[in-house]
Design a protein around this ligand. Structure first.
Ligand code: NI
Length: 170
């Protein structure tokens, strides 16, 4: 995959289970900075997981609702409530689908220097975090959907979730 290219649905890279990061040095920082640049270049992006740029490591960058977060080896250690809402993915540009997720999450991770961090978020940010941690396990939001279609409101088109699931198996 070309550097800076985001894998699209159907790319086997999206089904890879990422390995933990164990070294918190220059190479990791370069990787994170590269991911940040890819994410910030996209107006439609809230977050990016390393698997989406062909890097099988447990790294997530989030730039959403005025907050920028880098998460290394994130683990959701607590959750509560339920929220039913639409979400999208940079790997399926323009489309969104309804997914039921926890309303609130506690997530523990490391920063780029390996320091442990624990945060709690709710609502849309909690949804975003759950979506991204899923990416690190090769899970896509369509896997969690109960509706039959994802929708693109700009082009007024829809895709069949079942077909997408088949197209993204690897
Ligand atoms: Ni995504």
């Amino acid at each position: 995959m070309k550097s800076g290219t985001i894998a699209l649905f159907g790319d086997p890279a999206l089904r890879v289970k990422a390995k933990p990061v164990t070294a918190f040095h220059k190479k990791l920082h370069r990787t994170i900075d590269g991911m940040k640049a890819v994410l910030l270049a996209r107006e439609d992006g809230a977050a990016l997981a390393a698997t989406q740029v062909g890097i099988p490591r447990r790294i997530v960058v989030i730039d959403y609702l005025g907050e920028y977060i880098e998460m290394i080896n994130p683990v959701i250690t607590g959750s509560s409530g339920e929220s039913d809402d639409f979400e999208g993915c940079l790997s399926l540009p323009g489309f969104s689908g309804r997914v039921t997720r926890a309303r609130q999450v506690t997530v523990t991770f490391q920063d780029r220097n390996g320091n442990p961090v624990t945060i709690e978020r709710e609502g849309p940010m909690a949804r975003c975090i759950q979506h991204e941690v899923d990416h690190l396990d090769g899970i896509l939001f369509i896997d969690r959907m109960e509706d039959e279609f994802v929708f693109n409101t700009a082009t007024k088109t829809k895709l069949v979730v079942k077909d997408l699931r088949e197209a993204t198996q690897s």
